[in-house]
Design a protein around this ligand. Structure first.
Ligand code: ZN
Length: 230
């Protein structure tokens, strides 16, 4: 498979749904025996804390979302749309986004990172393109000086994209229901309509750190997440 713009061979990770061309900063998704072009956007680091050396970029789908909850069975008296109203308030005056991690298919990772992003509604400073790869293989953090071993997440500077857009739209329901069950722990059933538009593939800066107990060892380098660092 080659890039339709420059003719370079595309990068292929095992299990990947999209194939990047580093030279053009594009990615291609196989849909119905065709390669469909996607323009990834890279988010700038906005954390106000120290930035470690090995910054990685995690692929996440972002959708403009609107939710209508028609009925909800739970013991609390909160109105049916309460959970999404919180998200809309966090995003205001911008419209709210629903985020679906595409760099991992681990249930815990999708749940924690997806829900964290939906609740935080971070202000992203986006630039078209893909960050450069590291020149060498990332080193492992050793146990000398009392450090624990960091387990390599299996990729270098930029994560593979394991979910295509259509699959991400399906997983978006899982992220939305994670939000509902966080806000309403005693939720028994819910009838809702979720509509998603404006799909974008964004690469979010993060560091892999096994000492970070929240967010599945991933610390997002965005100011909205600075409060989660111990
Ligand atoms: Zn290319």
């Amino acid at each position: 498979m080659v890039c339709s713009v420059c003719g370079q061979p595309l990068e292929v990770h095992p299990g990947a749904a999209l194939f990047p061309c580093r030279r053009c900063g594009l990615a291609f998704e196989a849909v119905d025996d065709r390669l469909v072009r996607v323009q990834p956007q890279t988010a700038a680091i906005t954390t106000e804390l120290a930035v470690p050396a090995e910054v990685r970029f995690l692929a996440v789908w972002r959708f403009l979302a609107s939710v209508e909850v028609s009925a909800k069975q739970c013991t609390s008296a909160s109105p049916p749309g309460a959970a999404w109203d919180q998200v809309r308030r966090a995003a205001a005056p911008e419209p709210p986004f629903l985020y679906v991690p595409a760099f991992s298919v681990s249930r815990v990772t999708v749940h924690q990172i997806g829900l964290g992003l939906v609740q935080a509604q971070p202000l992203l400073e986006l630039t078209a393109g893909i960050p450069p790869e590291w020149p060498a293989k990332p080193r492992l953090v050793g146990p000398e000086k009392g450090e624990t071993w960091a387990i390599d997440p299996g990729f270098g500077a930029v994560s593979p994209v394991l979910l295509g857009r259509t699959d991400a739209e399906t997983v978006a329901h899982f992220v939305y229901l994670a939000l509902e069950s966080r806000v309403t722990p005693e939720l028994r059933s819910i009838d809702y309509d979720l509509s998603l538009t404006g799909a974008e593939l964004v690469l979010l800066p993060a560091v892999y750190d096994t000492r970070h107990v929240r967010d599945s060892n991933w610390r997002l380098l965005l100011r909205e997440f600075d409060g989660l660092v111990a």
